[in-house]
Design a protein around this ligand. Structure first.
Ligand SMILES: [Zn+2]
Length: 278
């Protein structure tokens, strides 16, 4: 199982980091978790086109995690020669987002269908809303021996939010999204080969006197909190992503050092397209 960080950036545009998105490649399945800014550019750099994505999983509906969904939908549509529905899994509310998004594409859809005689279908999407709470774990996707499960996370007031776990032949990875430590993530992460966790440096954000930044402190995890979760769950490797604020050159080691204060195992963090093999 290969886990590739397609985008390690936060909400603010960054010349070197795309928005949050992670690719899991296992047993022929290409699974995309979140669809932040630049996801298709990074997917291309990883050697894949959107037509090769088997399913998209959204951890929550914050704009920075879904902002390039429209690119996924239209690019898959105009590069398919037969209808190729894009399966999208996300928390309750995902169906409305997708309906509204497709509605916003109405002009483009009419232009292209009017111009290309062989393009006779509108962008097909299969939305499944994942309704899970507490410490319950539900199965959401399966193909062959690859199974994806989900559990609730705690990103309140952004609610609901969920994490996903991919399992195959004894390998596993959990994709946490944005969350504070919580029972749902602990349960889902138990014994996982890797935990991919978004992190913000609370020590740095606290020093910036902007209330809108201060507001982000209470619904994200610090590297130390991500390490705590990984330690409690006994995961193999902790993978840090979605760095806020963006680390400068050479600074990523500080993030790993902070997570290492609470987690004994190996920690991976770095630039976009970092791949961790589990
Ligand atoms: Zn968020």
């Amino acid at each position: 199982m290969d886990v590739t960080l397609l985008g390690t950036g936060g909400p603010l545009p960054d010349a070197h980091r795309a928005g949050p998105a992670t690719l899991v490649r296992v047993a022929g399945a290409n699974l995309l978790i979140d669809a932040g800014r630049g996801v298709l550019m990074r997917l291309s750099a990883a050697g894949l086109g959107v037509g090769q994505v088997h399913a998209v999983f959204l951890t929550h509906l914050h704009s920075d995690h879904i902002t390039d969904l429209g690119d996924l939908i239209t690019t898959r549509w105009i590069t398919s020669f037969t209808p190729s529905p894009l399966p999208v899994f996300g928390p309750v509310g995902t169906a409305k987002i997708l309906d509204d998004l497709v509605a916003s594409l109405e002009a483009d859809v009419s232009y292209r269908m009017g111009h290309h005689e062989d393009l006779s279908w509108v962008p097909p999407i299969e939305v499944t809303e994942v309704d899970v709470s507490g410490t319950d774990i539900v199965e959401v996707w399966q193909a062959g021996d690859v199974v994806v499960t989900a559990a609730a996370t705690d990103h309140r007031p952004v609610h609901p939010s969920i994490a996903f776990r991919v399992d195959h032949a004894g390998s596993s990875a959990v994709l946490a999204g944005d969350t504070v430590p919580c029972g749902g993530l602990d349960a889902l992460s138990a014994g996982a080969g890797a935990l991919v966790h978004t992190v913000i440096r609370k020590d740095l954000i606290e020093a910036i006197p902007i209330q809108r930044l201060q507001d982000t402190l209470d619904y994200h995890s610090s590297p130390e909190q991500a390490g705590d979760t990984a330690q409690r769950a006994g995961v193999g490797t902790l993978v840090l992503t979605h760095y806020v604020p963006a680390p400068g050159p050479g600074e990523i080691e500080q993030w790993k050092d902070l997570a290492a204060t609470t987690f004994d195992g190996p920690i991976a963090a770095g630039d976009d397209l970092l791949t961790v093999t589990i």
